[in-house]
Design a protein around this ligand. Structure first.
Ligand SMILES: C[S@@+](CC[C@H](N)C(=O)[O-])C[C@H]1O[C@@H](n2cnc3c(N)ncnc32)[C@H](O)[C@@H]1O
Length: 257
């Protein structure tokens, strides 16, 4: 018996890995957070699978379900939105499974930050603009953030920032970002990226709060911030330059290697 923590992806039924689908096809107990994992994804489940929405269950109740599956000797697919390694709260489950001697495995998924970038046709690491991505969130009731990881401190890097779980905090976030990024720095809000309900709004830090109704961006919204979102800021990398040699291609002109 084994528990599979599967990345369900951002929502579209075809943005889950083939491995995730294969496991769902063959597993008789599926646990999923109904608040984030859309029903579409459940279409991949075995027709006889028991589907359990964990949205209202505590950790001990979920562990009881793992024990029940162990007693019946059936595998469990535990679906998490996006990639389970990012704000998935899987560590606390894995610790308990380890104590119980239950085997587990993680199947990665497409995270919502890359789905949001795809939705606005943006590369998050543009040469000479930003080569770093900060994945973060603001402090919540369930998880506090250390001061050294505060938005104010992270914003000092002026790197590309992907802010999770924070739509409701936009009125607090924007003034903090404005202390470190230029006021015309672009920000994109993407709600339910990749799903049929997807909405997006692209603006600047100085204007965004005047243009939106924050209430419409409270849940399931990704905030992308940074100069990489400027459509007019483009530098080519050396990678495909005709003057750049590497293991698989010789430079045509004078090599800049
Ligand atoms: C508990 S976190 C889970 C993140 C997930 N593990 C991932 O890799 O995307 C939930 C947050 O992820 C973001 N999110 C999840 N799915 C999203 C989607 N389809 N579009 C935009 N943001 C999404 C939102 O910021 C939401 O508040």
């Amino acid at each position: 018996m084994r528990v599979y923590f599967i990345g369900a992806g951002p929502g579209a039924a075809d943005l889950i890995t083939l491995r995730g689908v294969r496991i769902l096809n063959n597993t008789l107990m599926v646990m999923y957070a109904g608040s984030l994992v859309p029903a579409e994804i459940l279409t991949h489940c075995h027709k006889d699978a028991t589907l359990i929405n964990t949205a209202s269950l505590s950790l001990p109740q979920q562990i009881d379900l793992f024990k029940e599956a162990r007693d019946k000797d059936i595998n469990v697919a535990r679906l998490h939105s996006g990639d389970p390694a990012i704000y998935g709260a899987i560590n606390e489950q894995m610790n308990q499974l380890q104590d119980l001697g239950i085997a587990f495995e993680i199947v990665p998924g497409v995270s919502s930050f890359t789905a949001a970038a795809a939705s606005i046709n943006c590369e998050l690491t543009k040469p000479n603009v930003s080569q770093s991505i900060i994945l973060t969130r603001v402090s919540g009731r369930a998880s506090k953030i250390k001061e050294k990881e505060s938005l104010e401190n992270l914003a000092k890097h002026q790197a590309t920032m992907c802010i999770f779980l924070s739509g409701a905090h936009l009125p607090n976030i924007i003034p903090i970002l404005l202390k470190n990024y230029a006021s015309d720095t672009p920000i994109a809000l993407v709600y339910k990226a990749s799903t049929s309900e997807e909405r997006k709004h692209i603006s600047t830090l100085e204007n965004v709060l005047n243009e939106i109704n924050v209430a419409n961006w409270v849940l399931t919204t990704m905030l992308l911030v940074g100069d990489v979102l400027r459509p007019d800021l483009n530098f080519n990398s050396c990678l495909y330059s005709i003057n750049y040699s590497h293991k698989y291609r010789k430079a045509k002109g004078k090599s800049s290697e």
